[in-house]
Design a protein around this ligand. Sequence first.
Ligand SMILES: *Cc1c(COP(=O)(O)O)cnc(C)c1O
Length: 226
Amino acid sequence: MDTILQNLTGVKAKMAMAAQRAGRVDQDVKLIAVSKHQPITAIKQALAAGQTRFAESRVQEALPKLASLAYEMLEWHFIGPIQTNKTKVIAENFSWVHSLCSLPHAIRLSTQRPPHLPALQVCIQVKLNSLEQRQGVAPGELPGMMAEISRLPKLWVRGLMMLPTKEQSLQADPKPFRQLSALLQQLQASYPQLDSLSMGMSTDYELAIAEGATMVRIGSALFRGD
Ligand SMILES: *Cc1c(COP(=O)(O)O)cnc(C)c1O
């Protein structure tokens, strides 16, 4: 069995067990294969093993991959920092954006989404700790942001996304996942259509699933060759 198939099989089994332990159905949790830094051959191997959802974090790196795999029925997720001058290519090429952090970017993505494509599905990236360097919307700003972006015709707001700090991942700290899950629940009171929590990576996806993740973004655990 090739390595990627083996990795994929192992990750899916662990995902299913984590879902079961949490009293959830394993179909509720989608595996997004993070193919950044991976060559097209690796993506093709994952595809041959049945994986159809892939994520990239840099537009420049993603475009040649998307073009070369355009004939495949793949679902592409954008998970990296959004640069203003890249919103058009993102709107034209991806099905999902997990890393939406600003209203101006939301407006551009909606306006630039081609009319023949369905609405771009988005998660708002949340920054739980204001001291963090990383980009993200502060919890207190979520209601205001939701009110604005839920009105944009070519965006379909699905939920929230977060990245824990390195320390939180290493300590297997459930707190940030729990916080994001609670924030989604609060928003669901006004926006019951919200259904997605994008959280959990190679080192902590089981923990994230226990706390309610509906999408886990997994790179190294799938593509490593050990
Ligand atoms: C790289 C990346 C991942 C995947 O990380 P792994 O630890 O390799 O699983 C997930 N989310 C984002 C936003 C990333 O940039």
